[in-house]
Write a protein that binds this ligand. Structure first.
Ligand code: GLU
Length: 419
């Protein structure tokens, strides 16, 4: 894990790599590499003991050429301005890759939510919602969950917004609980797109995913669902999974649902009694498996670690888990990397379906959500392969950016410049 790689610079490098294959002028390229605006604020709340504490928070609205800004809000002590800018940029190109009518945004609060009580978290979330209120809206900027946030936080934000605006506007935020206007299938959606991408990737490479061994780094919402669906829907053998406490390994395949239940009860995957051994995160990332799924945070694999990766295929469930140097090393070594902006795009795609349902006040069954999601992921995969083959591109990440940048630039240029 590389702490010193700035994810915002990584994003810019990824855009530059793809721009080399596109006819985009320098000035438009500059626009593609910088956020339109960033809100930086400080949220002061009363703690349970009566003291006051202040938490820095950000919302970056990167690009709105294809629609309202869209993207999650994360709670993590490592959040900073450049991380949020990078994550918001990745949302732009993610929404364009799967062709949903959104731009990109992202927010974050510098906080370790495990150190706050439920009441403190609610006050913090509502304080952020109050700051966000003037710049978000159903047609303006639509937040969602990200690392360490979920339905509960989204419900608080919706309630704060609707109360202050004196209206009902469930589409102002996605990832809500079903009773608060959420969508069937949203919780699983990120992991489902990772599973679908892996299925399409193995098919494309002429390999059988049902015979594949899999290691998953990160066992939060994205990683645990991806692992379960790879095991249960595709028959793959998930031989190792990890979280921040370490990794567990069973060469005969883990029961992914049982590991999830164990983590829910104890707070971590380590200690899971049916595993044959425990490993470090680094050992998991360099295991000899057919498929590696990084599903934790940015920069999990840097250039040095990439030299030791033994997996043949990587499907990214996390945002930005590979540094640009890791990408170069893996491309050189013919390891196929299927990028985050496709492989975890299920979350925002079903957010889009949630927003459509909210706007229509008409709700879909889960089967329809999953069918539409599959269609978006499969179409996007085909578009990416087509770009990869017809432009003779070095890897699938560059292919995804070529497709996505073209769509953003077309929207920008068709709209014209004003004033
Ligand atoms: N946080 C998720 C992501 O990184 C989902 C964003 C959304 O649903 O808007 O894609």
């Amino acid at each position: 894990m590389s702490e010193d790689v700035n994810p915002f610079e990584s994003l810019q490098e990824q855009i530059d790599d793809a721009a080399g294959y596109l006819d985009v002028s320098e000035d438009v390229l500059t626009r593609l590499k910088h956020p339109e605006r960033v809100l930086e604020t400080n949220l002061t709340i009363e703690m349970d003991d009566g003291s006051l504490e202040t938490f820095p928070a950000y919302r970056s609205q990167f690009n709105g050429d294809r629609g309202p800004y869209k993207g999650g809000i994360r709670y993590h002590p490592g959040v900073d301005r450049d991380e949020v800018k990078a994550l918001s940029g990745w949302m732009v190109y993610k929404c364009a890759t799967v062709d949903i009518p959104y731009g990109g945004g992202k927010g974050g609060i510098v906080v370790d939510p495990r150190e706050l009580s439920d009441g403190e978290l609610e006050r913090l979330t509502r304080a952020f919602a109050e700051e966000l209120r003037p710049i978000i809206g159903e047609d303006r900027d639509i937040p969602a969950p990200d690392v360490n946030t979920g339905q509960r936080e989204m419900n608080w934000i919706k309630d704060t917004y609707e109360t202050l605006e004196n209206t009902t506007a469930p589409g102002v935020i996605t990832g809500k609980a079903i009773e608060s206007g959420g969508s069937e299938g949203r919780v699983e959606a990120t992991g489902r797109s990772t599973m679908l991408t892996a299925r399409e990737a193995f098919d494309y490479l002429g390999r059988d995913i049902g015979d594949a061994t899999v290691a998953v780094q990160g066992y939060g919402n994205a990683g645990s669902v991806a692992a379960r669906l790879l095991e249960q829907e595709l028959g793959a053998s998930v031989v190792a999974v990890s979280d921040s406490s370490g990794a567990v390994h069973d060469p005969d395949g883990l029961d992914t649902a049982a590991v999830k239940e164990f983590k829910r009860e104890t707070g971590s995957v380590t200690g899971y009694e049916d595993a044959t051994e425990e490993l470090s995160n680094e050992e998991l990332l360099t295991m000899d498996v057919d498929l590696l799924v990084p599903a934790a945070l940015e920069n999990a694999i840097d250039g040095d670690l990439a030299r030791d990766v033994e997996a043949d295929v990587i499907v990214e469930a996390a945002n930005g888990p590979l540094t640009p140097e890791a990408d170069d090393v893996l491309t050189e070594r013919d390891v196929h990397v299927f990028p985050d902006i496709l492989a975890n795009a299920g979350g925002v795609t079903v957010s889009y379906f949630e927003w459509v349902q909210n706007r229509q006040r008409f709700y879909w069954p889960e089967s329809r959500v999953n069918d539409e999601l599959e269609r978006h992921v499969v179409d996007a995969f085909e578009g990416l392969v087509d770009a990869y083959e017809s432009n003779d591109l070095p890897n699938f990440r560059t292919a995804a950016y070529v497709v996505a940048i073209r769509r953003v630039v077309d929207a920008y240029e068709e709209a014209g410049t004003w004033p």
